[in-house]
Design a protein around this ligand. Structure first.
Ligand code: XMP
Length: 207
């Protein structure tokens, strides 16, 4: 089934582009999505969300820390509608590239009862993070929970009943990616592009 979010996404082929000058690292295999591709897609997403969400009451924007910090910061700067901005935090990867147990690092403090909520996350992989977020937020009785992710790993999606986001920036191949908020052992979050991690880093507990 194709959801609204998937219908408007942009699919990135399984490609490797050279790492931009100045950002080269033995831990980086190359670039998957350039900074300019990200910025133009963020603009499109921001416009789409602004035109589709109900604006009768302030919307509560909830970026999921830490990986969505750059994405959320770039998205919200395009919006002119009234919103309340808070953060929630979960972690699942620790310092490895294999998902582990989900741990709440920052639970919701804002009152979301009878309000529309927009959750912003960096990447949808197995879907267990956003499942958990929706389950937890539902206990606070919001009017509706909308979800937006920058990246959606394609191969784990097809044919599955996995969580689907309402808004998706890019569908990407199933590789471990870093940059634009996403880290490996807390490194690479500041990259303005999305990069591919070198195979020799996979599955290790570096850091
Ligand atoms: P799930 O499996 O719960 O994953 O949908 C969502 C969370 O896992 C992290 N994640 C990644 N982090 N590169 C990263 O740096 C990746 O390729 C990757 N895949 C999943 C991320 O924190 C996300 O919120």
């Amino acid at each position: 089934m194709t959801t609204e979010g998937e219908a408007h996404t942009r699919t990135i082929p399984d490609r490797i582009q050279p790492t931009p000058a100045g950002w080269e690292s033995p831990e980086l295999k190359g670039m998957l999505i350039s900074a300019s591709e990200i910025q133009s897609r963020v603009r499109e997403l921001a416009d789409q969300i602004q035109s589709q969400l109900p604006m009768d009451k302030p919307i509560v924007i909830l970026p999921v820390l830490s990986g969505s910090f750059l994405f959320a910061a770039d998205l919200v700067r395009h919006w002119r509608f009234a919103c309340e901005l808070d953060f929630i935090g979960l972690s699942s990867y620790g310092a490895s590239t294999q998902p582990g147990l989900i741990d709440w690092t920052h639970k919701i403090k804002t009152d979301i009862k009878d309000k529309h909520v927009l959750v912003i996350d960096d990447i949808l992989d197995t879907g267990q993070t956003l499942d958990e977020v929706k389950k937890e937020l539902s206990k606070h009785h919001p009017t509706a929970i909308h979800t937006c992710v920058l990246l959606n790993k394609t191969l784990k999606t097809s044919g599955s009943t996995r969580f689907q986001a309402d808004y998706t920036g890019f569908k990407i191949p199933d590789h471990f990616v870093v940059g634009y908020g996403l880290d490996f052992a807390l490194k690479f979050r500041q990259l303005p592009f999305v990069g591919l991690l070198s195979p020799n880093c996979h599955g290790t507990d570096a850091d």
